[in-house]
Each structure stands twice: as structure tokens, then as C-alpha cells.
Design a protein around this ligand. Sequence first.
Ligand code: PLP
Length: 477
Amino acid sequence: MSAERSFHMTPDEFRRYGYAVVDWIADYYKRIESFPVLSRVEPGQIRAALPPQPPTYGEPFEAMLKDVEELILPGLTHWQSPNFFAFFPANASAPAILGELLSAGLGVQGMLWATSPACTELETHVLDWLVDMLALPDKFKSTGSGGGVIQDSASSASLCALLAARERATGYRTNAHGCDGRLVAYASSQTHSSIEKAVKIAGLGRENLRIIEVDEKYAMRPEALARQIAEDKRAGLVPCFVCATVGTTSSNALDPLPEIGQICQQEGVWLHVDAAMCGTAALCPEFRYIHNGLELADSYCFNPHKWMFTNFDCDCFYVADRATLINTLSVLPEYLRNKATESGAVIDYRDWQIPLGRRFRALKLWFVIRHYGVEGLRYHIRRHVELAHAFASWVEADDRFELAAPVPLNLVCFRHKGGDEANLKLMERLNRSGELYLTHTRLGERIVLRFCVGQTNTERRHVERAWSMIQSMADEW
Ligand SMILES: *Cc1c(COP(=O)(O)O)cnc(C)c1O
């Protein structure tokens, strides 16, 4: 073997196979409705089809693409199917996919401003755009004392918020000496499980997470929050963090931000607002009421990777006071020292997140916003909400079914009146059909089916067909 020999793909091969992959993806979207939405493989089935050993010698690219088709496709649940109504959307779009490809192609690592100024500055710029696009409070803009950053997920954003809250409450003593067991955090019984995880990771201890009760609409009761904070203070504890949710995962409930925010201000407690899926709705002026009271929050996050056509991962995390976040997370070893950082004139996003390294995620977000324009995004969000509301009206008109929670936006919680068992069997039958995928939750004591509209290519015909399948299977259990 000569010293010149390389195993790399040549630029011309890359071009050829790159076109083939793009063709494959375009064809995938064309035929996506022909696959069962929920994968039918058994545990271990995919691994059993894969060779036990890695190849000693490189293989042709065609073989890989063929295996994607034959071995991988059957093991996929098709999140991009227009018949996907489960959990929450993770909707992708062509401009996002191309932005992601460019990000991979450029391969930059944006941990510091200096390691790729465009990676940082585009991110700051697009996140400031989004403050205007969603009409968020101006204090979240980088031009003031706050700013936004892209995180991998709402879970990470909430963890960063909790860590900053912890340090603010203890004058950075927890960073220095560790937790003393007196810090307390608050969330409702409907809050996403990522908050409990964050409380565990941040060292507060799960027993120092107070679960606040909800009202009949599954929204946090502010008076219960105030009562619990007062009780904890009397016991010598230190309330430091409240998470309020705009659009809870189970039922899309909207916690009352003005009342919760006022309590947090009075008590000096950090308010984090988690709007992972529903924040996107604020693109449309008629839905901006969901953020009433957000001006009282210390931090906020929403996920373009859920409902804004930006493929996973992309969470936008905002803080009102970036200094607290940066002081919480910053460490500066010698090997990262550089003039730009020392000048104080730049943002180093490594100090705004848990990992050091970071991808160039702003590209895909920038592409999505530029491709659709604000009006294009609004158009699709409005269609989704209209479809969810149409579905809800059909549920209401069928006396075998009932709505199980209010439907403010794109999620319908409903149930067959025949009881928990009936609903679970109905869901299983529907999902086994492969024609659609929906999931369930528990609200109060009852099992409830969730129908979430938000896939990029979901149209009225998909929702109509889903409802007619639900109706026709409703009596088969
Ligand atoms: C989906 C969801 C999350 C978790 O989002 P990740 O980005 O996957 O961490 C958190 N909170 C709410 C309200 C959600 O809907």
C-alpha cells in the first residue's frame, strides 16, 4: 500500500452518493403513507438482522443505502408521517433538512465565538428574531441584559434554568460547596417529567420538588403554590425555582402565568416557563394570549423541533439576565483562553449550556424562517389548530365519545365513554392497523386518548380519515 493511498470518499463520489441520499429522502416522503406509522418489529429483531462483526474492509455506499431500505425502514416509527398524531410532533421540513446537511458539511464546532464567529452570531441573531416573531418580552433579547441560546432539548434548557436559579438563590455558594438540602423547587402535577429529572441532576433532591395541585382544567393553582412556598419558608427552607408550563404534555393546559409570576416576584423565586410544544403558536397574534404574564419570567423555552418544522434537535432557551446563567456555568481553563473572550465583546455559548461542544444548529432554523417567512409559518400553525378543533367538534358530536380537557391549540384529549379498558383497546387496535398512531395519558383517574395535530404534511383528509377509523373501531372492542 503506497503512502498516498486513502480510504476516503472522493469529492466526486460524495457528490454522486449525496444526490442518491437526497433522492432517497425525497422518495421517502412521497411513499411515507404506505408504511405502518408505528413500527411493527419485535424487540431484538433489528439487531438480529445486523452482522455481528463490523466490516474489516470498507463496503460500497450502495450496500449501505440498500440496508437502510431493507433493515432499518421496518424498524422505524414514522414521525414524519401525516398520520402521526402520537405524543407531540417532531416535525421536519425540507429547508430544515438541508440546513442540517450544510451544518454537517461545514462541520464546525461553535463552543466559542472564536471557533466560528458566524455560528455564534447567526444563532444570536435568529434568536432575537424569534423574540419579535413570538412577541416575547424584549428582556429576552441579546441587545438588553438577556439573550437566547439553542439547546438540544427543553430538558436541557430547564436544567440550565434550574442551575442558574440555584446559584442565584445561594449567591453561587452551591457551585462552590454543594447543595445543603434546603433548596426547594415547584412544579404542577402536570409538569413535564424533565423537571423532576433536572431536580435530581441539580442535586436538590427529589423530595425537595413540591408538586402543586391543578384545577379542573389541569392548570397550576396559584394559591396552592403561594401556600406551599409560605409553608416551606416557615420550615426554614429556601424556595428557588418554579416551573410553569404553557401547554402541558398530557393535556395542553396553560398555567396562569400572571398569578404565578406575581408570586415568584414577591418571593424572589426564579420563574421558568416551559412552552416546549405550544410556544410556536405565538407566531399568530390570536394565540399570543398563551404568553400573558411571561414578562414576569426569568427564563423561557420552546422547541422549534416540535411544532416549527425544524428537525430535532432545536430548543430555544431565553434568559432575562444572562449574567446569572453565565456565572453559573462558566469555567475557563487555559486552553480555551482567547482574545475575543477576554475582550468581553462576544458571546461564548459554551457558558450557556451543559456541554462544551456545540453544533451549528442555527443554520436549519434560519433556513426554516427564511423559507416559510413568518406568514408561511403562521399559515401552517393555523391549519393545525383548525384541524384539531374540527376533530374536537366531531368528538363532541358523537355520543359514544367525550372531550376530556379543553382544546386551546393542537391537542385533543378525548375518551370513549366505555371506560379505561375500552379506550386502551381502541388505541391498540388503531395503532396496530398501521394507518395512524396516537397515544394515551391519564388525566385525574381516567385513561384518555391524545390526538395531537402538528405534522408538517398533515392535511384535512388525514384527520378526517383518522376520525372515521376511530368511529368505525369504536364499537369493536
Ligand atoms: C416535549 C416536552 C418536553 C421535553 O422536550 P425535550 O425537548 O424532548 O426535552 C418538556 N416540556 C414539555 C411541556 C413538553 O411538551
